[in-house]
Design a protein around this ligand. Structure first.
Ligand code: PEP
Length: 249
């Protein structure tokens, strides 16, 4: 059985007191389904603190790292440093990193490898921009992203990986993929996993949806057979909204 997951990507938001308030508001939440893995990706400066005060329902992860062991990379954080501060998961391939920081597929491949080498689980983000969707090329585009940065992994490695389908036109825009669009792409991703690995492996890998997911649309998205949860940006900055998304399962 693959894991149901709901992940909070706080991005570059919240001052320490605000982050503390939000995290504490999550810790007092009750009635989260027990079979849902909850992940929080705070800004890296808060990672160690939240990894120490969190409860067993929550795992924390790093939003970004640099795929070198150590050395003269001013301003960067290695995956080993992130892991030492409590990161069990790492976001890789988020469209904001691809767009604003020029992270291309070969570099993302090295990030996936570096995370796995240190036993940090990659949440690999993929998704097409609007012009590609309008040209009906979204399947070819997303498949290529997976081929370029993920499908070199061995069977053991891919099993430690989660995929997040995040259509770029839906991130932070208030536009959500329709249930049919989300399920269609998630089914295709599972088919490509089957082609490249096996049906047994494809059925064990969680595929999350991301892009303006909210308490209003989460239940219908999570009801799709191939949607195993969500990667949540904006709505994760509100404890009640995030909690209601978790409860939508
Ligand atoms: C994201 O950044 O991964 C995301 C899904 O953001 P939002 O929920 O705000 O669209």
């Amino acid at each position: 059985m693959r894991k149901k997951m709901v992940a909070a990507n706080w991005k570059m938001n919240l001052l320490p007191a605000e982050a503390e308030e939000l995290f504490n508001a999550l810790l007092v939440q009750k009635e989260w389904p027990k079979d849902v893995q909850i992940l929080v990706f705070p800004p890296a400066v808060y990672l160690q603190h939240f990894s120490q005060v969190k409860d067993d329902r929550i795992s924390v992860g790093i939003q970004n790292f640099f795929p070198k062991e150590a050395g003269a990379y001013t301003g960067e954080i290695s995956v080993t440093q992130a892991k030492s501060c409590g990161a069990e998961y790492a976001l890789i391939g988020h469209s904001e990193r691809r767009a604003y920081f020029g992270e291309h597929s070969d570099f993302l491949k090295t990030k996936v490898d570096a995370a796995l080498e240190h036993d940090v689980h990659p949440i690999f983000c993929c998704g097409e921009p609007l012009d590609i969707r309008e040209a009906n090329q979204e399947k070819a585009f997303v498949k290529q992203q997976l081929i370029d940065s993920l499908f070199h992994l061995t069977r053991e490695e891919i099993l430690k990986t989660t995929i997040a389908y995040e259509p770029v036109w839906a991130i932070g825009t208030g536009k959500t993929a329709s249930v049919a669009q989300a399920e269609d792409m998630h089914q295709s991703i599972r088919d490509w996993l089957t082609e490249n690995y096996s049906i047994e492996i494809a059925n064990q890998i969680s595929i999350l949806y991301g892009g303006s997911c909210s308490p209003e649309n989460a239940a219908e998205l999570f009801a799709c057979p191939n949607v195993d949860g969500g990667l949540i940006g904006g709505a994760s900055l509100n404890a009640e909204a995030f909690s209601n998304i978790i409860k939508a399962f």
